[in-house]
Write a new protein. Structure first.
Length: 79
């Protein structure tokens, strides 16, 4: 027999957002994309080919995303 508590439960979706700044979905995606790219490049010890494989995208796509996010490929000087 299942027993139900008389104490109200807090929803999984209710989060205290009193001091949180609003972030748009595109900003959140960009941040996640940027973090994933940086992590893959670091994990691959700077190998763009290997980082692209880890991210399951083409090397050309990775270079384009790095340019979009202002990430300088390893071994190149900042512009």
């Amino acid at each position: 027999m299942t027993r139900f508590s008389s104490t109200p439960r807090t929803s999984v979706w209710s989060v205290d957002r009193t001091n949180e700044q609003r972030v748009s979905l595109s900003e959140a995606r960009d941040a996640a994309e940027r973090d994933a790219i940086k992590a893959a490049v670091a994990q691959s010890l700077g190998s763009i080919t290997r980082a692209a494989e880890l991210l399951q995208i083409s090397r050309v796509s990775l270079y384009r995303l790095m340019e979009k996010h202002g990430i300088t490929p390893p071994g190149q000087k900042d512009r």
